[in-house]
Ligand binder design. Structure first.
Ligand code: GUN
Length: 283
């Protein structure tokens, strides 16, 4: 079988076009969505991500407010900025790019963002809402992007054996909850899982969020399964690759996401969706 290659670039573009239209309609009602993007330090990858987020805002018609702070910024200074942004009416969403420099307590910073402006869906209040199945507020961006990719490829989640490899707070745990909320039968695996290959072989839908290049091999996946690759790893030759061995698995799966161009672009599209939602909720 040759798998459908799930085109995250195209699907994310469709979502951005839908949002662009929605923002035009909101503008008619005098609602102008705004996102504050806060970057602390000089991490090159974070700079690229932040620029991509600002570009997406511009395309959709969301006003972005950019704060690029030096590495030496103190925790207090950052908390003061967030306090101001929490109170600024034009700012509907606040995004603090992670990771933060080591001298700043990430949890403290995430807790300081007003939950109604928490477009990353990292605040424990919003995490809690998602975990009790309330999905009409903010959704975690990468996990929601994964569910959207599956649904827009007309793949049913209900009743399927979904195996998530990885239990991070940003991807593994929340994607497990969203799949469960869509009536999947979910198993969350991690580094201490016994017989990982055997568990993966049972998956109708396999989500790989491990952070190890080409970790999932052909002999670990079921014939006809749907393979979602969250990994972004660099091979020795400089090429990007995912956590799934794409070439080895693509003829066994029924659908598979490529890296790049699969899950990656969806994260930003869903962030933009949360920003528009934030503006609607606050007006
Ligand atoms: N760093 C890596 N992924 C993310 C994300 O989704 N949001 C933020 N704010 N920082 C990140």
């Amino acid at each position: 079988m040759s798998a459908i290659i799930i085109d995250g670039k195209k699907i994310s573009q469709d979502i951005k076009d839908e949002l662009k239209k929605e923002v035009e309609e909101l503008n008619q009602k005098n609602i102008f969505p705004g996102l504050a993007v806060v970057l602390v330090g000089n991490d090159p990858a974070s700079k690229v991500y932040v620029n991509n987020k600002k570009k997406a805002c511009e395309y959709i018609g969301i006003k972005s407010f950019s704060y690029e702070l030096p590495e030496e910024t103190t925790e207090e200074e950052l908390l003061n900025l967030i306090d101001v942004l929490n109170k600024t009416k034009e700012v509907n969403g606040i995004l603090v790019q992670l990771p933060l420099p080591k001298h700043i307590d990430e949890n403290k910073v995430l807790l300081s963002i007003d939950p109604i402006k928490d477009v990353d869906c990292f605040h424990p209040y919003n995490v809690g809402l998602v975990s009790i199945g309330k999905t009409d507020g903010f959704l975690p961006c990468t996990p929601a992007g994964i569910v959207e990719l599956i649904k827009r490829t007309n793949i049913e989640i209900e009743g399927k054996n979904c195996v998530v490899v990885g239990r991070s707070n940003i991807v593994g745990k929340p994607v497990s909850q969203l799949l469960l909320g869509n009536n999947g039968t979910v198993t969350t695996c991690h580094s201490r899982t016994k017989n990982l290959s055997k568990v993966c072989q049972e998956a109708d839908i396999l989500v790989a969020a491990i952070g190890k290049a080409q970790f999932i091999k052909e002999d670990m996946v079921k014939e006809g399964s749907v393979l979602i690759d969250v990994g972004v790893n660099r091979l020795e030759d400089g090429k990007l690759c995912g956590d799934i061995d794409f070439e080895g698995c693509k003829d066994k799966a029924s659908a598979i996401t490529p890296v790049p161009g699969g899950v990656g672009p969806m994260t930003i599209a869903m962030l933009m969706k949360n920003c528009v939602k934030a503006a609607v909720m606050q007006n």
